[in-house]
Design a protein around this ligand. Structure first.
Ligand code: AP5
Ligand code: MG
Length: 216
């Protein structure tokens, strides 16, 4: 099963992709995580992407398409994957169609996570992750069971993303509305789009995604 989670920054794509990964044994393909790893490694890709990400803009399509093309061809993706953060433009979506056709793969569903802009700023500025295992938390909406200790690995160091500040979030939201939202009609016209309410609590969002996948 190959699924796209589509939604604005902070909609909960990463949070829900991790849950789908565990439950359905799918692979989460987060282009944001891949770019952050490239930045941390100091690779050429990372050097190109850093100023663009810090400005809240989109990395050029050709770079992103190359990354995904290479990644979905790897053996661990054969059982299915969740695209989290890709495609983000019409040219990326068209390239994905071509790649899937070339590889004999199909798209099961595109799930739109609908969340209002005002809520997103709050979600993003309160977000942090475990520095050791990457588990995601929020200052108010998703706190560890024991304060200061990661539920998953017991780590005690946490970190925040450099693009998670109110100013960059506004640029990321503008990029979403201008460049990514047109994908809603692109997939709507193909009959692949399912929209869910991303503003309810995390467990309820998971239930809606499961229903949408079952009904696809
Ligand atoms: P990326 O990493 O993809 O960031 P994003 O799309 O801005 O999305 P986020 O990761 O911020 O949000 P999320 O939806 O995953 O939310 P999360 O689950 O963490 O991209 C970063 C940058 O890389 C881009 O700006 C761009 O420059 C570049 N890039 C990446 N892909 C690209 C592409 N294809 N083309 C071009 N450029 C690309 O949740 C957020 C917080 O809310 C968490 O703290 C969580 O605990 C909490 N939360 C989650 N769900 C709920 C809920 N239901 N209720 C309450 N709180 C919740
Ligand atoms: Mg994410």
């Amino acid at each position: 099963m190959n699924v796209i989670l589509l939604g604005p920054p902070g909609a909960g794509k990463g949070t829900q992709a991790k849950r789908l990964e565990e439950k359905h044994k799918l692979i989460q393909l987060s282009t944001g995580d891949m770019l952050r790893a490239a930045k941390d490694s100091g690779s050429e890709l990372g050097k190109k992407a850093k100023p663009i990400m810090d400005a809240g803009q989109l990395v050029p399509d050709d770079l992103m398409i190359d990354i995904i093309s290479e990644r979905i061809g790897q053996p661990d993706c054969a059982n299915g994957f969740i695209l989290d953060g890709f495609p983000r433009t019409i040219p990326q979506a068209e390239a994905l169609d071509r790649l899937l056709a070339e590889k004999g793969m199909e798209l099961h569903s595109v799930i739109e996570m609908k969340v209002q802009d005002e809520i997103l700023v709050d979600r993003i500025t309160g977000r942090y992750t475990c520095a050791k295992c990457g588990a995601g938390y929020h200052e108010r909406f998703q706190v560890p069971k024991v304060e200061g200790v990661c539920d998953v690995c017991g780590g005690t160091e946490f970190k925040r993303r450099s693009d998670d500040n109110a100013e960059t979030v506004r640029s990321r939201l503008a990029a979403y509305h201008a460049q990514t939202a047109p994908l809603l009609s692109f997939y709507g016209e193909k009959g692949a789009l399912k929209s869910i309410d991303g503003m309810t609590e995390i467990d309820r969002v998971t239930e809606q995604i499961e229903d949408a996948l079952g009904a696809a």
